[in-house]
Design a protein around this ligand. Structure first.
Ligand SMILES: [Fe+2]
Length: 310
């Protein structure tokens, strides 16, 4: 089923619907007062070390208890895309299937907000990054219907974001089962290559922001030279979780999705993450940020939810 958003989509970019606004609520008040108690999350030193080495880590069933609430949140988003921020349909009108995503709705969708504050994801993110705090960037929800043909091109996430730094992590929670051959592939160690590759327009595979400085060209042809790379991928059950660095190269190879795949990702920043304006549209496409390049991300928009105690 196509919604009206597909006719208006900007070649895979997210649409403007309702404006972004600074979050508020009792948790934000408690954070501002210094009284918010973040939920802890146990992660072994071994797991932290392998995350640091590989830039990606699989945690079996880590957020199993959150699958039902997160699905409910996704349903709200899908039922009324224009009521929420930045919906996108990244499938051509004449192509089969549907690839929907939306983000920055965590303070509009109660299940997402609960996850951000009370799942322990902040502590998990902060510990895995070996950061002294975990600052929340945004959540992102995805739904790919069975029959969708486009694979996801190999890419890093950071060139799409209005930030730069080494301590950035996505906490990706599967909401549907995924067979191993259909799963996203992660290039182990690519977060430490010291490279930032040009982002792509997802629908067309074209590079964009090509005039921005500081990029190391296009993403290498990973599958064409797969013998060069150590690729990680996992069969997923709902609640299985993948942590990965903003700089870790990842993508899919299989075209046609056999089953529906939905997922919920939260993105977190550590000590060294700073604002970076890019010439093209960023993801999320914030405007009027009132930040300069090199600024710490403003805490009234991006709350610090976890701080290291030891
Ligand atoms: Fe990505």
């Amino acid at each position: 089923m196509k919604t009206d958003t597909s006719s208006a989509n900007k070649e895979g970019f997210n649409q403007w619907t309702i404006p972004w606004s600074a979050p508020s609520g009792p948790e934000i008040d408690a954070i501002n007062a210094g009284t918010f108690q973040p939920v802890d999350f146990e992660i072994s030193d071994e797991d932290i070390a392998s995350y640091q080495r590989d830039g990606v880590l699989f945690l079996k069933g880590a957020f199993r208890d959150w699958v039902e609430p997160l699905r409910k949140g996704l349903e709200r988003n899908l039922a009324s895309p224009e009521s929420y921020r930045f919906p996108a349909e990244s499938t051509s009108a004449d192509a089969p299937g549907r690839f929907f995503d939306s983000y920055c709705n965590w303070n509009l969708i109660p299940e997402f907000e609960q996850f951000v504050f009370y799942s322990g994801a902040a502590a998990l993110a902060g510990k895995a990054m070996q950061a002294s705090y975990a600052q929340f960037f945004h959540e992102h929800v995805f739904m790919k219907e069975a029959g969708t043909q486009r694979p996801t091109p190999f890419h890093q996430d950071i060139p799409y974001y209005c930030v730069s730094g080494d301590q950035g992590i996505s906490v990706y929670v599967a909401l549907d089962p995924v067979d191993e051959d259909m799963a996203v592939k992660y290039v182990k160690g690519s977060h430490r290559w010291g490279k930032t590759y040009l982002p792509k327009v997802w629908l067309t595979d074209a590079d964009f922001n090509v005039d921005d400085e500081g990029y190391d060209g296009a993403v290498p042809d990973i599958m064409g030279h797969s013998y060069l790379y150590d690729l990680a991928h996992w069969q997923l059950e709902p609640g299985d979780t993948i942590l990965f660095d903003f700089k870790t190269i990842h993508g899919t190879t299989e075209g046609v999705m056999r089953d529906k795949r939905s997922a919920f990702s939260t993105r977190w920043m550590g000590d060294d993450m700073r604002y970076l304006a890019r010439t093209g549209e960023t993801s999320p496409p914030y405007i009027n940020t009132e930040m300069e390049n090199g600024d710490r991300m403003r805490e009234d928009w991006f709350p610090v939810i976890w701080r290291r105690q030891d």
